[in-house]
Design a protein around this ligand. Structure first.
Ligand code: GTP
Ligand code: SPV
Ligand code: MN
Length: 609
């Protein structure tokens, strides 16, 4: 489509204004068709950027620039009008100053390239909870990924009509081409110091420059569906969260929906798609990364998955760890920074088999002897640790039939968690809503390869798994959660749980098998939501009554299980001290008194014990 096909005056004007600054060679409006996707993919294959995979129909491998492999938190900005509104956990620049810097960068930034206009919807088109966006980008790779990750094209423009609301998302890879120059198969992006992932919350505006990777460039995802949406959610009284959504059915056929907030690369996709090891139980998938939730007329919270695909972590995904993900990526999938084996298939560490043939091409594009082991030393991986697949959600065998229900699904429980090698038990339940909000506010995790950082492996507090994704002051965000709890009766609110699949023993091995066996904990959580008599009250909350977790066929020694399920009082005392001295003070007087009261009450309970 062409720009004159756009009937929405504001969209058309914004595209024209942007083109006048970025000066692309051409403008193209995406219709969202398969033919469009195929044509852009073919162009990228012909240019040498993408490698088609012999073993997977309509699937293509991309290798990014080594500087452009994950989100860049240090280059991510919340440019609210007032610095205070961004809060202590976000980078802030005065919006006028930032716009000046970035306008300079955007000037002529699309020379030699096409400006693509992507009309997209986050959530099923027409749902009360869904929202529209327009992404302008100079990357065909972004267009194809957005095709999978969101609903794109003509139907969105129709839904927008002549004056519908939309979030403006501007993206440029920041690599203009001189006349006659081409990428020649290399991944275009700008240097780190010129990368900017910027949000102007008051204007519902996103400006991203210099990166083509993942959440930096697919602006519907973290930028819109979390950073901007969290601000909309605060203003409009709903929740935009970094949460998977799953459907679980017990052996009697009773259904519940559970969400889980775990930081990046901490197991959301895996939990959302798990195949239970507990007989008779069934888990199905609604979403694997983001949940938008609004109260229904019945006073319960209803969630939709605003996305339409999975942008999942590739390494360690295998038939044994996540069979449903492996099935989802058999065709029509984009792979980024995976290895390539001699038989024309992708390969990554712990994929469950060794690559066929004598050599592999690693994510740098370098030919190497085929590995003899399934894991590689740190820094020498064949697939980058944040290598990802982009796959349509509808290809997932475990996708629930109601995953696109515009009304959403009613949520019974929230899980919070992260990678904590010590202290935090396998599972415990909050005493009530405010105690649950307290738990969400203190969760922490070892930093993973999902972000470019020199702190990978170190534990950091990541409240609600939203540290990198909250578009406003985190203290106000805590307050919003407290207020949410007052909007309905306690029996209708989701129950809140803290889980930890990542406890390690003295040798550094995981104590809990995780993955499928997390279904044992989901079953316990399900029964808790029915007020089953399966818990004991402890200082930190409700924990499994001995014998209440199904351990049939589980390969864990009884003493290890006991350790996973007991209160580590000394550890918790240190936890409290750290929250009191280092974590909560960051938020100054914005920390809700309900949370400091919960902290003191927990401390009092632990010191009595
Ligand atoms: P993002 O897409 O970055 O938000 O990640 P995510 O939260 O969806 O994480 P994902 O499910 O992709 O898992 C990330 C990594 O953790 C993968 O390498 C998994 O194999 C591993 N993982 C997931 N679940 C478990 C678990 O229960 N135990 C252990 N030990 N590892 C797990
Ligand atoms: C995350 O980092 O939490 C992701 C990947 O889900 S990205 O889309 O790059 O943010
Ligand atoms: Mn994520």
């Amino acid at each position: 489509m062409e720009i004159n096909d756009i009937k929405h005056k504001k969209i058309k004007a914004w595209v024209e204004e942007t083109a006048a600054i970025c000066r692309p060679d051409a403008i193209y409006v995406c219709d969202g068709s398969q033919a469009e996707y195929d044509r852009l993919m073919d162009e990228m294959i012909k240019s040498g950027l993408g490698t088609p995979l012999k073993k997977r129909p309509s699937s293509v491998l991309f290798r990014s620039d080594p500087s452009d492999v994950a989100r860049v938190e240090d280059r991510t900005y919340i440019a609210s009008a007032k610095e205070e509104d961004a809060g202590p956990t976000n980078h802030w620049i005065d919006p006028n100053e930032l716009k000046k810097i970035m306008s300079g960068l955007y000037t002529d930034s699309m020379k030699g390239r096409t400006l693509y206009v992507i009309p997209f919807s986050m959530g099923p088109i027409g749902s009360q909870i869904s929202k529209n966006g327009i992404e302008i980008t100079d990357s065909a790779y972004v267009v194809c990924n957005m095709h999978i990750m969101t609903r794109v094209g003509t139907k969105v423009l129709e839904n927008l009509g002549e004056d519908g609301e939309f979030v403006k998302c501007l993206h440029s890879v920041g690599k203009p081409l001189a006349s006659g120059q081409a990428d020649n198969g290399t991944w275009p992006c700008a240097d780190m110091e010129h990368k900017y992932i910027s949000h102007f919350p008051e204007e519902r505006l996103i400006w991203s420059y210099g990166s083509g990777y993942g959440g930096n460039a697919l602006l519907g995802k973290k930028c819109f569906a979390l950073r901007i949406a969290s601000v909309l959610a605060r203003d409009e009284g709903w929740l935009a969260e970094h949460m998977l959504i799953l459907k679980i059915t017990n052996p009697k056929g009773e259904v519940k929906y559970i969400t889980g907030a775990f930081p990046s690369a901490c197991g959301k996709t895996n939990l959302a798609m798990l195949i239970p090891t507990v007989p008779g139980w069934k888990v199905e998938t609604i979403g694997d990364d983001i949940a938008w939730m609004k109260f229904g007329k019945d006073g319960r919270l209803y969630a939709i998955n605003p996305e339409a695909g999975f942008f999942g972590v590739a390494p360690e995904t295998s038939d044994s760890s996540n069979k449903n993900a492996m099935e989802s990526i058999k065709q029509n999938t984009i792979f980024t920074n995976c290895g390539l084996s001699d038989d024309g298939d992708i390969w990554w560490e712990k994929i469950g088999y060794l690559p066929k043939g004598e050599s592999v091409i690693d994510w740098h594009g370098k030919k190497r002897p085929a590995p003899l082991k399934e894991s590689s030393p740190k820094g020498e991986e064949i697939a980058h640790p944040n290598a990802r697949f982009t796959a349509p959600a509808k290809q997932c065998p475990s996708i629930a039939s109601e995953w696109e229900d515009p009304a959403g699904v009613p949520i019974s429980a929230f899980l919070f968690g992260g990678r904590r090698p010590s202290t935090i038990p396998l599972v415990h339940q909050s005493r009530n809503w405010n105690h649950g909000v307290f738990i969400g506010s203190i969760i922490g995790s070892e930093v993973t390869a999902a972000v470019i950082s020199d702190k990978i492996g170190q534990v950091r507090r990541d409240p609600f798994a939203m540290l990198p994704f909250c578009g406003y002051h985190m203290g106000d965000y805590f307050k919003h959660w407290i207020e949410t709890g007052k909007k309905t009766t306690p029996d209708k609110l989701p129950k809140i749980f803290y889980v930890n699949w990542f406890r390690k023993d003295k040798e550094g091995n995981f104590m809990w098998p995780g993955y499928k066996d997390n279904s044992r904990i989901l079953a316990w959580v399900f029964d808790r939501c029915n007020e089953a008599d399966n818990a004991v009250e402890t200082e930190i909350g409700f924990m499994p009554k001995p014998g209440s977790i199904n351990i049939d066929g589980l390969d864990v020694k009884p003493e290890v299980l006991k350790e996973l399920l007991e209160v580590d009082r000394e550890g918790w005392k240190k936890e409290i001290q750290d929250v009191r001295e280092n974590h909560y003070p960051k938020f100054g007087n914005k920390i809700p008194k309900e949370l400091t009261e919960e902290l003191s009450a927990l401390e009092a309970r632990l010191s009595k014990a």
